[in-house]
Design a protein around this ligand. Structure first.
Ligand SMILES: [Mn+2]
Length: 329
């Protein structure tokens, strides 16, 4: 064992901190889900919150899609040391796995409880999601802001993983660079909300006004935005459909990216809705039941606009057809 490979998100940060405490390994590398396939693995790696492409010395994960993918490749996951479990966060699995043998600092109990919520978006209300607890503030700093340099961002994740090993969240928040990113998040949230306010709408066929459409596909540059901010303005919306242009080498194409999610505060009232199915039926993509998406290809601008309008209508129709078949709660 010589290095920890972990995911570039908050769960990945906490997972790597726990694994570092448990194994004594200080080398941590942050990777996206796609990047891990290009790593030269020796089999000595410890992997968390990511798929294990070939072999490794320890693997912890909670993504069902990763497990499925590995099984399809014929990997006998039972032979890989570590633990896979369907859980709200990967950090939870690692914490439970080592807590008897490793004296983790006391504050991890709270950190893990909140990481569960952050990674699974299991919030009961908008207020709970927006509440700035110390752990939530830290997690808010772990995202790539529009003006972030990616290398510096990765360094920040590493710093944070090392800090959380020895200091409680409240203490870490007093540090200048962390404070700066906290404020960056607040600005980002405010600006995003403003931008959403000016650009979201309900489709003309959506008479109940439950599917908020955020269409930023006419923007000249890629818009990086958390579509959940739409609920700050439209808390009653049941889902958000986000449409963005696809850029290749900084050049805008006529292709469109759709991503859609069920309102996380209301999803328990819509238990049988399956958004992945909508995109599968339209042969655009897929995903999970609560969040999914797809890509629409178009050769010309005119074709793009026509196809977009057509797809929008179909998505609204499919959403309400699924809703009609819902059990009433
Ligand atoms: Mn995770």
């Amino acid at each position: 064992m010589n290095i920890i490979l972990t995911h570039t998100d908050f769960d990945g940060v906490i997972s790597s901190a726990l694994l570092s405490l448990a194994t004594g390994i200080d080398f941590i590398k942050f990777l996206s889900n796609n990047q891990i396939w290009y790593e030269n693995l020796t089999g000595q790696e410890v992997i968390s919150d990511l798929p294990c492409p070939w072999k490794c010395s320890l693997w912890f994960d909670h993504h069902e899609s990763n497990l499925k993918e590995m099984k399809e490749r014929g990997v006998d996951t039972a032979l890989i040391p570590g633990k896979f479990e369907i859980a709200d966060s990967c950090a939870r699995i690692i914490y439970e796995h080592f807590r008897e043998s490793v004296p983790f600092p006391h504050y991890f109990e709270d950190v893990i409880r909140e990481t569960d919520k952050i990674d699974s978006m299991k919030y009961d209300s908008l207020e709970e999601w927006l509440r700035e607890t110390p752990v939530k503030c830290l997690s808010n700093t772990v995202q790539l802001f529009p003006d972030d340099d990616y290398r510096k961002f990765l360094h920040y994740l590493l710093d944070l993983a090392k800090l959380i090993k020895r200091h409680e969240p409240q203490k870490i928040l007093e540090m200048e660079n962390v404070k700066k990113r906290c404020n960056k998040f607040r600005t980002y949230k405010e600006e995003s909300t403003k931008l959403i306010r000016d650009n979201y709408y309900f489709h003309t066929t959506d008479s109940e006004k439950k599917m908020a459409v955020l269409d930023l596909s006419e923007f000249k540059t890629p818009a990086r935005i958390d579509k959940n901010f739409v609920y700050i303005i439209e808390p009653e919306a049941e889902c958000v459909l986000f449409i963005n242009a696809i850029f290749k080498n900084n050049v805008k194409t006529n292709d469109l990216k759709f991503s859609m999610g069920i309102n996380f505060t209301r999803s328990r009232f819509l238990p049988a809705m399956n958004i992945a199915k909508i995109f599968e039926e339209l042969e655009l993509g897929g995903g999970h039941s609560k969040t999914a998406g797809g890509i629409l290809h178009a050769a010309t601008k005119l074709e793009k606009l026509e196809k977009k309008e057509n797809i929008l209508k179909q998505i609204v129709e499919k959403w309400y057809n699924q809703k009609k078949a819902q059990p009433v709660i």
